[in-house]
Design a binder for this molecule. Structure first.
Ligand code: URA
Ligand code: URA
Length: 187
């Protein structure tokens, strides 16, 4: 066993470097690393950067991101008090779904980030975040609204904000999920 050093965000950024481990590097402008409080109790994990995120390098800054900001405010927190990241760090062309090999290639970096942050809670936004972290193929409708576990961290899946923009009628369920999250965090 060699001498071990504590992992850091900086070490992850250095390892990522100008990442070309998968095809998504072809079309990307920026790697979207994630941002927020490195000691956050709560981490939001989304799917992958979209157009605005790729352009700016920041997670959840487009229309879905503005809705996520409001969801965070609804649980009496700010974006600065949580950590926001994605399963994939590069934008899939045309915002297509992540492919299994892209997830497999990128996930180790997210796992390192979560291991550094050591949050108490993860809110998994949408199908890909929930299924990937929980290693299941169950649909988001079956997973959302209750706590699961990833590495001892309580994981609450809920609908993705981009899905909510198309299905306003699902906002009530997300609101109920966020009430459960607040209760578990503070109750
Ligand atoms: N959708 C996501 O899943 N992540 C982002 O960062 C933006 C939109
Ligand atoms: N389908 C998705 O991909 N995400 C959701 O949040 C809901 C349905």
């Amino acid at each position: 066993m060699g001498t071990s050093f504590p992992d850091t965000f900086e070490a992850i950024r250095i390892d990522l470097d100008d990442c070309h481990r998968c095809r998504l590097s072809d079309g990307r402008k920026n790697i979207v690393f994630g941002e927020g409080d490195p000691h956050a109790r709560l981490v939001f994990v989304g799917e992958a950067p979209g157009f605005e995120e790729d352009q700016t390098g920041h997670p959840f800054v487009g229309a879905a991101g503005q809705l996520l900001t409001r969801i965070i405010q609804a649980i009496q927190l700010t974006r600065q008090q949580v950590y926001i990241c994605n399963i994939l760090k590069c934008r899939p062309p045309g915002n297509r779904n992540p492919m299994p090999d892209e997830i497999a290639t990128c996930l180790p970096f997210l796992k390192r980030q979560i291991a550094i942050i050591k949050p108490d809670f993860i809110c998994a936004l949408g199908t890909f975040a929930a299924q990937t972290l929980l290693e299941t193929n169950k649909p988001i409708t079956k997973l959302r609204g209750r706590f699961h576990s990833y590495q001892g961290i309580k994981v609450l899946p809920t609908y993705h904000p981009a899905f909510l923009l198309r299905h306003e009628e699902k906002k009530r369920e997300v609101w109920e999920d966020m009430q459960k999250l607040m209760q578990e965090m503070h109750g």
